[in-house]
Design a protein around this ligand. Sequence first.
Ligand code: ADP
Ligand code: TYD
Length: 201
Amino acid sequence: MFITFEGIDLSGKSTQIKLLKNYLEQNKKKVISVREPGGTGISEQIRDILLDKDHFKMEYLTEFLLFSSSRHQLTKEIILPHLRKKYFVLSDRYFDSSTAYQGYGGMIDLKIIKSINKIAAGGLIPDLTFLINISIDECIRRKKLMKKTEDRIEQKKISYYNKVIKGYLQIAANDKRRFVVIDGTKSVEDIHAEIVTTVKS
Ligand code: ADP
Ligand code: TYD
C-alpha cells in the first residue's frame, strides 16, 4: 500500500510518518518511509541542487523538472520494488506537492504539471493521501519555535504559501476518494489516532 503525506512545510508530516511507521512495524507489517525530494543517492543530490540558496537563477521549469526527475528515480529504484514485495510505502510528499507548489503556486500551467507528474510517477498513484492542513500563521509560529534557517524554496512570500494551501485543498476536493484532510493544529496524538483509524479501514 502506497500512502503519501502532503501539506506545507512544518505541517507535521514527518512526525506523523514516524508514528505510523512505528505503529505498522509493531503490527508486524513490512514498511519503509521515503521523502521527496530525495530518498535515493541520485535523488538526494538533486535535492541539494533544488534547495541550495545560491541557485537563485533557477528557472521554474528547471525546478519542476528536477523535482520530477528526483521522483522518477525514487519511484523506480525504491517505491515500486517495495510495493511489489507488499511493503507499506510511506512517502513524505509525492506528485501532489508539485501540483500544489509549482502548479497552484502559479509557476507552471496545471495541464503541463499533470502530464509530467504522470510520466515521472510512471502512472503510479498513491492509494491514500493525508493532507495535513495548517495556516501560514501556524507555519510561521512553528518556524520561530524551531529557529529554522530557510532554504531556497522556503524563502518565497506569504502570498505564495497561501496559494499553495488553497491549492492543496482544491486538489483534495477534486479527489475525495484518495484524500483525507486533517486539521494539523490538533495534537500529535489525535492526528496519529485519526491516521491509524483511516489506515485500518
Ligand atoms: P514537516 O515534516 O511537515 O515539515 P514536522 O513533522 O517536522 O513537519 O513538524 C514541524 C514542527 O512542528 C516540529 O517542531 C514538530 O515538533 C511540530 N509539530 C508537529 N506536529 C505538531 C502538532 N500536531 N501540533 C504542534 N506542533 C507540531
Ligand atoms: P523539505 O525540507 O523536505 O520540506 P518539508 O520538511 O516541509 O517537506 O523541503 C522540500 C521543499 O520543496 C518544500 O518547501 C516543498 C518543496 N517542494 C516543491 O516545491 N515541489 C515538489 O514537488 C516537492 C516534492 C517539494
